[in-house]
Design a protein around this ligand. Structure first.
Ligand code: F6R
Length: 603
């Protein structure tokens, strides 16, 4: 998984390539690089490990480049070291690649036999040598791209320059996204729309098995060797650059943005006593009335949102739901009963596992497919029949926060819409929704206390998170947040499961965090907590229930009272703040945690 950007131009593009690449950093930041051709047709390449800013000091050696390709890497094959950074060269040919070449070992041994020397441990380097080998035979890049891609198994988006083709980029893709931006006297390739928006909003999506030849004045697209014409689309994305707005990190800013996003979503979709009509698209109220089963598919944080939705929907309707992680769904036999809706959930809309699950679902007998997504014009939204765009604004921090609560809010709306025919509960649920906006402020006031508590996690290596009912997915999500940004191991359990094994881990050093809204389950969770306290575990309880603080090993984070329906949306916010403050204390890179990338575009 990586980000690709390229500009075919006659002007100097060095700074634009660097700036554009920065906008793809969410796709990976293990290393980066740029290759470009000079007016003299000389090829120059720079590379650096770590975040893209490490390329800055090397940019001077690209002073006269016009057409160029750039890459930011999230390591899959080969360590995050300089020799594995893209672009990969084969004499006068330079390539950048996003995806995984599954048959690279056999291709590598074939190329080695032909005398090619490999400088990296990556799967991608075979592409540059294959193109070179084919080009040497034919002296024709179009046919070389066709013969090369025919040999590749796996997924790829490729950008390629050959110094024999002045100011020209060749691009091809299969299973990894690539768009072509149509500018004025210059054209672009990119993994997504963001790097080109400052120059153009017009773009073409390259589809699987297509390839393109891009010069500053012309974009030619081919399927095999047949030229094809494709629709130029216009992006509606706002070009406003995301900024920190006074916050130290994007994660902190995004935790705080949840308040205005949820308010905005309420005013957009919720009327006085009911959810507005057809919020999931034209005719969707009728479509959703006809559903008997739902299959949710998502990854990571988005998957946790689907677990809450499953509980909500099954509680208020007779609809049966399954929630599957996308990386499993794709490889399982799926039984689709009549009247089943497939719902994919994704912040980015570019998660490879979720996309391939949707592709599989489109071939099965679902009555419809709905994508809940934050990024317009993403692959997921292009493929799904029904689309709900959350419009939560760009989520920059790798650890997802505002996307999660926006997903929960959307799924709550879905629950209400499909529960209509199961009883007259819509107006009561709508009242509960309005309470989110009344209560949310008080959660941010907890930050000072949470900051103090975070000190107690700083030197821990392990933690346990507990929840019951809809608080269990919140425990999962809170544990994921802590792992991701503070690198402390965290496991989440249904509180009732503790006694079936994990209790063995509890001793006086083990912090146990529990989400305990005061509801019909609270009594049982309290018994589970008593088992922890009896073993001298340190408990941190987020609750609005009045519980006696028996000793100093019990920390109570006093939550505001709220209807049970909206508890998951509210309880996760202080948990996000907790992981943020633990990470600050541990001095980790909060917005760009090690080994991760914002959007996982490989399976
Ligand atoms: C966690 C996180 C990831 C993503 C997951 C799916 O903070 O961000 O677990 O939730 O990679 O990403 P999307 O939602 O973009 O499909």
């Amino acid at each position: 998984m990586c980000g690709i950007f390229g500009i075919a131009s006659t002007k100097s593009t060095r700074n634009k390539l660097y700036q554009g690449l920065m906008k793809l950093e969410y796709r990976g930041y293990d290393s980066s690089g740029i290759s470009g051709t000079h007016i003299s047709s000389k090829l120059s390449t720079i590379k650096a490990t770590g975040p893209i800013k490490n390329l800055r000091t090397k940019l001077t050696s690209l002073t006269n480049i016009t057409t160029g390709i750039a890459h930011t890497r999230w390591a899959t094959h080969g360590e995050a070291i300089l020799k594995n950074a893209h672009p990969h060269l084969s004499e006068n040919i330079s390539i950048v690649h996003n995806g995984i070449i599954e048959n690279y070992i056999e291709l590598k041994s074939l190329l080695k036999k032909k005398g090619y020397l490999f400088k990296s441990d990556t799967d991608s380097e075979v592409i540059s040598h294959l193109i070179h080998m084919n080009y040497e035979k034919t002296k024709n890049m179009e046919s070389s791209i066709i013969s090369t891609t025919k040999k590749l198994k796996g997924s790829y988006a490729i950008g390629c320059i050959n110094t024999n083709y002045r100011n020209t980029i060749f691009a091809a893709c299969k299973g990894s996204p690539l768009i072509i931006g149509k500018g004025i006297n210059e054209n672009f390739i990119a993994s997504d729309i963001m790097p080109i928006l400052s120059d153009t909003k017009n773009y073409i999506t390259l589809d699987d098995d297509e390839f393109a030849k891009i010069t500053p004045s012309k974009i030619s697209i081919f399927n095999a060797n047949k030229a094809i014409s494709k629709k130029v689309k216009t992006s509606k994305i706002n070009t406003e650059q995301a900024s920190l707005s006074g916050h130290k990190h994007f994660m902190h800013k995004e935790i705080y943005e949840q308040k205005s996003i949820l308010k905005e979503m309420t005013s957009r979709y919720v009327g006085t006593n009911k959810i507005l009509s057809n919020i999931f698209g034209p005719g969707t109220d009728k479509i959703l009335e006809n559903i008997d089963h739902i299959h949710f598919v998502a990854c990571g944080t988005s998957y946790h949102a689907s677990l809450v939705a499953k509980d909500w929907i099954e509680e208020y309707t007779t609809i049966t739901c399954t929630a599957e992680v996308a990386s499993e769904y794709k490889y399982k036999k799926i039984n689709v009963l009549p009247k089943t809706l497939f719902v994919s959930i994704s912040q980015s809309g570019e998660t490879a596992d979720t996309i391939s699950s949707l592709k599989k679902a489109l071939k099965l007998k679902y009555s419809n497919t709905l994508a809940i997504c934050n990024v317009a014009e993403s692959t997921l939204t292009r493929l799904s029949k029904l689309v709900f765009l959350m419009n939560a604004g760009p989520e920059i921090s790798v650890a997802s926060t505002k996307a999660f609560t926006s997903q929960l809010f959307t799924l709550l709306l879905l629950t209400i819409v499909i529960s209509r025919k199961f009883g007259n509960i819509e107006s009561r649920m709508v009242k509960d929704i309005y309470k989110i906006n009344e209560i949310i402020d008080s959660l941010y006031k907890l930050e000072t206390d949470i900051k103090k508590i975070s000190t107690k996690f700083k030197n821990k290596e392990h933690t346990i998170f507990l929840g019951k009912g809809t608080s269990y997915p919140i425990a999962l999500e809170a544990a994921l947040k802590l792992k991701e940004i503070s690198y402390i191991h965290a496991s989440a359990y249904h509180s009732g499961e503790l006694k079936h094994g994990p209790l063995a881990l509890v001793d006086k050093k083990m912090p146990v965090v529990c989400f305990l809204p005061d509801n019909h389950l609270a009594r049982l969770v309290l018994s589970n907590l008593a088992e922890v306290e009896a073993r001298q575990g340190q408990t941190f309880i987020f609750t609005n229930k009045k519980i006696p603080k028996k000793n100093k090993k019990v920390e109570i984070i006093k939550m505001p009272g709220c209807p049970d329906l909206i508890a998951p949306i509210l309880y996760i916010i202080p948990a996000q703040l907790l992981s943020y403050h633990v990470a600050l204390k541990k001095k980790t890179d909060v917005d760009k945690p090690r080994n991760l990338a914002k959007s996982v575009t490989v399976e």
